[in-house]
Ligand binder design. Structure first.
Ligand SMILES: [Zn+2]
Length: 246
């Protein structure tokens, strides 16, 4: 059994999701920002149809709450800016809490819990710091990459087959960009030395993931992807892993 590499690990396997669901449904758990689905629908309706008449005092209070605390953005429910948070915050339903948190964690390239929480609390309404901590503590990638004193021994790399092990790197073309393309994603097969190049407009995780998708469609999914400067690639690989449900 080989050492696990980034391409072989799903940082959030199903058991983490299951544990999170159990956590937020436990009796000791409370979240005073969390809005349940039916209330979310009603708040949305009052904002979409301002002339809609509340049928009773409870609905009347809800309509008042919709108008004072919430707003519509792209037809979604947002919490209005406050003194502390100057931008509208997207209201997150319980069913989206897990994915919202892991997406932020991945987009921030596995930022720690404090940094991830600082970003999340500014963008979203309805998530708790404890939820972010619960999830990041169980992230397989962060657990594996935690600094340790023992380093893996260096062994020579021997590839058996083409496209089994590929080397990936980004070539900086910002000094002479071709139109909007400022980066080149370079994927080189360790065995045949065959090279694929993909032009990129940015080195964000999304566009890199799209190139990997093209690459996998044209060849085979490599077993191992090697990168010297892995930072840009981590986010991209994680998008892929989640997309293919590995
Ligand atoms: Zn992590």
């Amino acid at each position: 059994m080989e050492d696990p590499t980034i391409a072989q690990i799903n940082p959030f396997p199903q058991d983490v999701r299951t544990a999170f669901q159990a956590y937020i449904h436990s009796f000791s758990y409370s979240n005073r920002e969390r809005i349940d689905y039916s209330k979310y629908r009603q708040l949305l309706l009052y904002l979409q149809n301002p002339s809609m008449k509340p049928a009773n005092p409870i609905e009347s209070r809800l309509k008042h709450r919709a108008q004072t605390e919430f707003m519509l953005l792209h037809n979604k429910l947002y919490y209005k800016p406050t003194a502390r948070f100057q931008n509208p915050r997207c209201v997150i339903l319980e069913s989206d809490a897990f994915d919202t948190i892991i997406n932020e964690h991945l987009q921030l390239l596995y930022a720690g819990r404090t940094k991830t929480w600082n970003i999340i609390q500014r963008k979203f309404y309805g998530l708790k710091r404890e939820e972010v901590e619960f999830i990041i503590k169980r992230c397989k990638n962060c657990t594996l990459n935690r600094p340790s004193t023992t380093k893996a021994p260096l062994v020579p790399i021997i590839s058996e087959q083409a496209w089994e092990r590929v080397q990936i790197d980004l070539i900086d073309m910002r000094h002479e960009p071709s139109g909007q393309y400022k980066w080149i994603l370079h994927i080189k097969d360790h065995f045949s030395k065959y090279t694929q190049l993909y032009p990129l407009k940015s080195k964000h995780a999304g566009p890199i993931a799209d190139c990997f998708t093209q690459f996998i469609a044209a060849f085979l999914p490599p077993k191992i992807m090697q990168a010297d400067n892995g930072k840009e690639f981590k986010g991209a690989l994680l998008i892929l892993l989640r997309k293919y449900g590995i």
